[in-house]
Design a protein around this ligand. Structure first.
Ligand code: ADP
Ligand code: MG
Length: 357
């Protein structure tokens, strides 16, 4: 990438001091860019957008630009300085937040100084803050017309379609892998009704993040307060239960996502309680009754859906999820399936916790 061309495209003034890679960059390459403008240093993040995963980076950046501007305006009208609370993207003179160079797509935004992310939060306080960050994100976007957003990945959380894809893969069985998992796969048919309950329900369609993981929340490294929700590639229309479910599924699992000790995999109810407390407190009162009631079952749905996706990929020859060993995707699938079953057994308790908040 030609950094000076990028700077002139986005109107970033000054001399380039350095450009270094940061983050683990599973999906996007992320760089820290330092620019010196007459003795004043400014730090930016430059990110390459993965256009194999995202087919239209220009429209994707229109979504991201509009959503962040909306959040910024809400902070400003509430008299709060938005500087460290929402990503600020640079745009070109014609308003584009996407710089195209040699067939690759880049965005540039302000680096939030003194911020950290956490991979696996284990304290209730941190979980409450992460729940709060996503509750706040939904609240600030609750008056944004989600139907005007581009659907970055169509049917991303269409659980019924995800299950159909699994059943079709089992039928075709291109690698002869279906026989060994036949009995386990019966569970997907048994759980299909509950697993598709969110996508069949007529819930309010909000602006959702769709990658609601702990490491997509920036925290102030000194105060420990949550600052901004980042990694906004997949902001799309959807029910809030998708984000709530995905965040809880990933953050409140007492084991790693691919733990092969299926009997030990369980949802940590104390972590769930902390997350839900933060989420409900910050979401405030925009949530409608049926949305609140969909949150707990959303956790089951997201675990079952991800399990089905891992299993489909395993049967189809591991084309989507990179694996570390032979049947890694099958192990991931069965581990998430065990989590889904544990969540199902805890649904009455989880629903009681949410009602009590
Ligand atoms: N505006 C920012 N200020 C400070 N650090 C950031 C900022 N944006 C991203 N980062 C850092 O870069 C990492 C990767 O960014 P992210 O957008 O989540 O990309 P990905 O998860 O696709 O690699 C984050 O975990 C965070 O540590
Ligand atoms: Mg990320």
């Amino acid at each position: 990438m030609n950094a000076s061309k990028l700077c002139s495209y986005f109107g970033v003034k000054g001399d380039i001091v350095s450009l270094k890679q940061i983050g683990n960059g599973h999906i996007n390459g992320t760089y820290r860019l330092i620019v010196d403008d007459n003795g004043r240093e400014t730090v930016y993040v430059v990110q390459r957008i993965n256009h194999y995963v995202f087919s239209d980076p220009v429209r994707l950046m229109e979504n991201v630009g509009r959503v962040t501007e909306h959040i910024r305006n809400r902070y400003i009208s509430a008299g709060v300085s938005p500087e460290r609370l929402v990503l600020e993207f640079m745009s070109s003179s014609d308003g584009s937040c996407c710089f195209i160079d040699n067939g690759e797509y880049f965005r540039c935004y302000r680096f939030i100084d003194g911020s950290v992310t956490y991979e696996l939060p284990d304290t209730p306080k941190l979980l409450e803050s992460i729940g709060g960050a996503f509750g706040n994100f939904h609240r600030l976007l609750s008056d944004f017309d989600s139907s005007t957003l581009y659907e970055t990945i169509p049917d991303f959380h269409n659980t019924a379609k995800r299950l159909d894809a699994l059943f079709e893969a089992l039928e075709k069985d291109p690698y002869g892998r279906a026989a060994e998992i036949k009995s386990e796969c019966a569970a997907y048919r048994e759980e299909a009704e509950l697993a598709t309950s969110i996508c069949r329900a007529s819930l309010p369609i909000r602006v959702t993040h769709n990658d609601a993981k702990c490491n997509n929340v920036l925290f102030d490294e000194k105060s420990g307060e949550a600052l901004a929700v980042i990694d906004l590639d997949t902001v799309m229309p959807g029910p809030v239960a998708h984000d709530f479910g995905d965040a809880v599924r990933s953050a409140c699992n007492n084991r790693e996502e691919d733990d092969p000790d299926y009997a030990a995999v369980a949802l940590d109810v104390d972590k769930f309680k902390a997350f839900a407390k933060g989420y409900i407190a910050k979401a405030g009162d925009f949530l409608e009754k049926e949305e609140r009631e969909s949150l707990a079952v959303g956790v089951f749905v997201l675990a079952a859906e991800l399990s089905a996706r891992f299993m489909t990929d395993y049967i189809n020859g591991d084309r989507y999820f990179a694996k570390n060993y032979g049947n890694h995707n099958m192990v991931r699938a069965l581990s998430q399936l065990a989590l889904a079953k544990d969540i199902k057994s805890k649904l009455p308790e989880m629903e009681r916790i949410i009602r009590g908040l």
